[in-house]
Ligand binder design. Structure first.
Ligand code: SAM
Length: 237
């Protein structure tokens, strides 16, 4: 079975439909991921089943946690090889997606893959999240932020919430540690004006646990946040 056949047969069990447009884009994405990975280390998951389930399906589960509308702005923080941001851009051509990462060579690959896939609604930004979050052109300009496999939740909130408009949502894609991470993020939530609005839990085919935590931005972030990297690392909220 091809990557797309594996994805389609599994996505149906989660009520996710894969359109022909999305199939074509993701088929190309899978091919390009393998090609680029021969040049730079993009992802350890490169077998067809893994790409279909642990990358594409996992990222498409955000559609169960968020209602993206035409014109919404989404920023994917620490996008790496484009997860979940490039998958969201492929699935929602009417949504404007920004793919941010501090590693330039990964972004070069992501920019090329987006172009080859025919994805026109994604752009890349090469910057650290805590630097971009201070800049007026990015601060509180997004309806949604997303992040997968970037940092523990209390740190991630300082990276991501500065980008989110008041009333917007940060979607944190987590594994089995989600509940523990929420417990550890109470102070961070309070300080940065975030409120847990919901947790959607899933079991991927194969048994891995996933959770998408919806964090609503309920007030403006105090100007001193995000702090510089060294301070975030030394004294996480
Ligand atoms: N989100 C992708 C995924 O799920 O496959 C990539 C995960 S990878 C383990 C973490 C990525 O986050 C790396 O590409 C790294 O460069 C990026 N990253 C880590 N800290 C960051 C920061 N403070 N600002 C921007 N990017 C960051």
């Amino acid at each position: 079975m091809s990557v797309i056949d594996i994805l389609k047969s599994n996505a149906a069990d989660y009520g996710i439909e894969i359109s022909s447009d999305l199939s074509a884009k993701l088929e190309k994405y899978a091919e390009l991921l393998k090609d680029w990975n021969e040049k730079i280390n993009l992802t350890a998951i490169l077998d067809d089943e893994g790409i279909a389930v642990k990358h594409f399906l996992d990222c498409l589960l955000v559609s169960k946690a968020a209602d993206f509308k035409k014109g919404d702005r989404v920023i994917d923080v620490g996008t790496g090889a484009g997860f979940p941001g490039l998958v969201i851009a492929a699935a929602y051509p009417d949504v404007e997606v920004t793919l941010l990462d501090s590693t330039g060579k990964k972004l070069k690959a992501v920019e090329n893959m987006a172009q080859e896939m025919g994805v026109k609604n994604a752009k890349v930004i090469h910057m650290r999240a805590e630097e971009a979050g201070k800049k007026p052109e990015f601060r509180e300009k997004y309806d949604f932020a997303t992040a997968r496999a970037v940092a523990e939740l209390r740190v991630l909130l300082e990276y991501t919430l500065p980008f989110v408009k008041s009333g917007g949502t940060f979607l944190s894609l987590k594994g089995a540690s989600a509940i523990d991470e929420i417990d550890g993020a109470k102070n961070s939530l309070k300080t940065l004006g975030g409120k847990i609005e919901g947790i959607n839990e899933f079991t991927l085919p194969g048994g891995d646990k996933r959770a998408i935590i919806n964090v609503k931005k309920i007030s403006h972030i105090p100007p001193k946040f995000p702090r510089v990297s060294a301070q975030i690392a030394k004294k996480p909220l």
